[in-house]
Design a protein around this ligand. Structure first.
Ligand SMILES: Cc1cc2nc3c(=O)[nH]c(=O)nc-3n(C[C@H](O)[C@H](O)[C@H](O)COP(=O)(O)OP(=O)(O)OC[C@H]3O[C@@H](n4cnc5c(N)ncnc54)[C@H](O)[C@@H]3O)c2cc1C
Ligand SMILES: *[C@@H]1O[C@H](CO)[C@@H](O)[C@H](O)[C@H]1NC(C)=O
Ligand SMILES: *[C@@H]1O[C@H](CO)[C@@H](O)[C@H](O)[C@H]1NC(C)=O
Length: 540
């Protein structure tokens, strides 16, 4: 009996070992020994290198898991988490990861829409999570109007330290204070100042990067191609960003904000229909976004309705804005009482916290990474180039009324202004002139999640005739693995990568592929939607 068991088991376990080593030779324990060894460029303290058995592993992992949808065993978690405290330690991580065949995921703010900065869909490929959370200093030079921002800083931290240096300087980035400045810049990054000053990436003047060879390169050393790619082309394909030098822009001491809400029963369709073409042509100083939600409505037949929230920021005085909107968009029926005058930092907080905490916040809350809640969500994006007809909008409301109140949000973000003046090829982000607005669609990942996924996909297919096509565009910062993913290991087929690549980057994808071929020809930095490397003249 004994002999029988061992003769059966032996070949099976051997086979298992062989197939494992065939699939992957990653060696997490070798990696851990390597990064903590004195002979490295810069040794990392054992307390900053965590294996799943370490007591602080889970807390560190989950702290910047900003989308609880990925708190699931369907995703592979890191074999090792490293939280470097010095730039040179990032070089050590790259060198040791290469030696021990470990892939790397890089996390700054942790808001990645598909959780790919900290978890993986490749169940058989162990990886190191490089968590940049301890490298987060922000140094502002108000006189030069620049700031040097380390990779791990959040938008809240960037905004706070600029505010401490000056009440009339700003960086044109996004809302929601816990979003990482780095991830946001890596995909372009838009916010309330986009129509006046363009994207966050349009306002970056230098960067420092650790490449696959473990070198630290600044703009001059990396060259204009790589510097171009980092500003919107998804940095995690090219290396590890250590810091950015940002160009700061002028804002008035006082600005105006508003929130106007209208339901379907309050003529919402009659406002949003003309809004689609009017908003992109308003003066650059006006930002109006529209948040669209399904809400409870006991007085309507179905007990629910659709509500449009027009949230605005104007770089000027209330009376000027009032006159302008009454003239250009009378359908909104804006009145004086809708408008509030704020200092710049108050307006930043109001927009950063989506008008939710306006009476209780203080600027220091921008530094608090636990101030905002994290919701489990699945999201998608689109770009609209021709206005959607009233019938099209009414069909959209019908789609929204299919889900429970509060379980979905759509946001229309008008473009135009400075965004349209910049050439499509200037940076990887291609959605410039000709774009009326961006559409963000999101469903809350609660209850029957299979149904939620089906629903948001059906919404996406409903929108097909109304949005950009050939290619149908998507915002790379709202990454969506429904568009396709790379294989876990081995070569990537360019034709497959083009499906999502052209959606995010249009023809700029071709240049990204060439830049990747130059800076990382061995494809060391890879993930589900990383840019594949092809050298110039490869079959494009
Ligand atoms: C609530 C919320 C609000 C948002 N608001 C806006 C908005 O107003 N405007 C806007 O444009 N976008 C917005 N976004 C999208 C946001 O820009 C992206 O999710 C962005 O990728 C988040 O950056 P992060 O650093 O937080 O994410 P992470 O998950 O840390 O990283 C995102 C990507 O960047 C890579 N990366 C991170 N750090 C580095 C590094 N140091 N070097 C190389 N690669 C790195 C990651 O590997 C990953 O691929 C929002 C997202 C959420 C969830
Ligand atoms: C993840 O799930 C675990 C187990 O259900 C739970 O204890 C933890 O709070 C969750 N964390 C996050 C960030 O959602
Ligand atoms: C809706 O439009 C009608 C007709 O133009 C108008 O009488 C009414 O006041 C509007 N309602 C709101 C809430 O704007």
């Amino acid at each position: 009996m004994k002999n029988f068991t061992s003769s059966i088991l032996f070949p099976i376990s051997l086979l298992f070992l062989l197939s494992f080593s065939y699939v992957n030779s990653a060696n997490p324990s070798g990696f851990i020994k390597c990064v903590t060894r004195n002979s490295q460029v810069s040794k990392i303290l054992a307390s900053n290198v965590l294996a799943p058995s370490d007591s602080s592993y889970t807390a560190t992992y989950e702290f910047s898991m900003r989308n609880p949808r990925f708190n699931t065993s369907e995703r592979l978690k890191p074999a090792v988490i490293v939280t470097p405290v010095a730039d040179s330690q990032v070089q050590t991580v790259v060198n040791c990861a290469k030696t021990f065949d470990m892939q790397i995921r890089i996390r700054s703010g942790g808001h990645d829409f598909e959780g790919l900065s900290y978890s993986s869909t490749y169940q058989n490929v162990p990886f190191v999570l490089l968590d940049m959370i301890k490298l987060k200093s922000v140094t502002v030079d108000a006189k030069a109007k620049t700031a040097i921002v380390q990779a791990g800083a959040t938008l809240g931290e960037v905004y706070y330290w600029i505010y401490r240096a000056s009440g009339t300087l700003a960086f044109p980035a996004g809302v929601w204070s816990t979003v990482g400045a780095t991830g946001l810049i890596c995909g372009g990054g838009y916010g309330p100042l986009r129509r006046k000053y363009g994207l966050a990436a349009d306002n970056v003047i230098d960067a420092r990067l650790v490449d696959a060879k473990g070198r630290i390169l600044d703009r001059q050393a990396m060259g204009e191609d790589v510097f171009w790619a980092l500003r919107g082309g998804g940095c995690a394909s090219f290396g590890i960003v250590l810091s950015w030098t940002l160009n700061l822009v002028d804002v008035p001491e006082k600005v105006t904000t508003f929130l106007i809400q209208r339901t379907l029963e309050q003529n919402a369709t009659k406002i949003i229909h003309p809004f689609q073409t009017i908003a992109p042509k308003l003066p650059k100083e006006v930002d109006i976004r529209v948040r669209i939600s399904t809400i409870e409505s006991p007085t309507t037949a179905r007990g629910k309705t659709v509500e449009l929230s027009f949230t605005g920021l104007y770089l000027g005085a209330p009376d000027v804005l009032l006159k302008l909107i009454q003239k250009k968009l009378p359908q909104l029926i804006m009145v004086k009482e809708d408008l509030k005058e704020h200092t710049w930092i108050e307006a930043v907080m109001e927009s950063s916290f989506f008008n939710m905490f306006e009476d209780t916040y203080s600027p220091e809350d921008l530094l608090d990474r636990t101030f905002l809640f994290d919701l489990p969500t699945k999201a998608k994006s689109d770009f609209v180039r021709d206005p959607i007809s009233e019938e099209g909008l009414e069909g959209l409301w019908e789609k929204l009324l299919e889900v429970n109140p509060a379980e979905t949000t759509i946001i229309f973000t008008p473009y135009g202004g400075r965004l349209s003046e910049i050439k499509e090829s200037a940076l990887p982000f291609p959605n410039r002139a000709g774009t009326l607005y961006m559409v963000y669609t999101r469903v809350l990942w609660v209850g029957d999640t299979t149904k939620k996924l089906e629903w948001i996909r059906s919404l996406y297919s409903y929108l097909t005739p109304y949005v950009s096509n050939n290619p149908r565009r998507a915002y790379s910062n709202y990454d969506d693995i429904d568009l396709g993913i790379n294989p876990a290991t081995g070569p990537i087929t360019l034709a497959d990568a083009k499906v999502w690549g052209k959606a995010y980057y249009k023809s700029n994808f071709d240049r990204l592929v060439r830049v990747k071929g130059m800076i990382d020809p061995d494809n060391f930095f890879r993930h589900e939607q990383s840019i594949p490397p092809f050298l110039p003249k490869a079959d494009m």
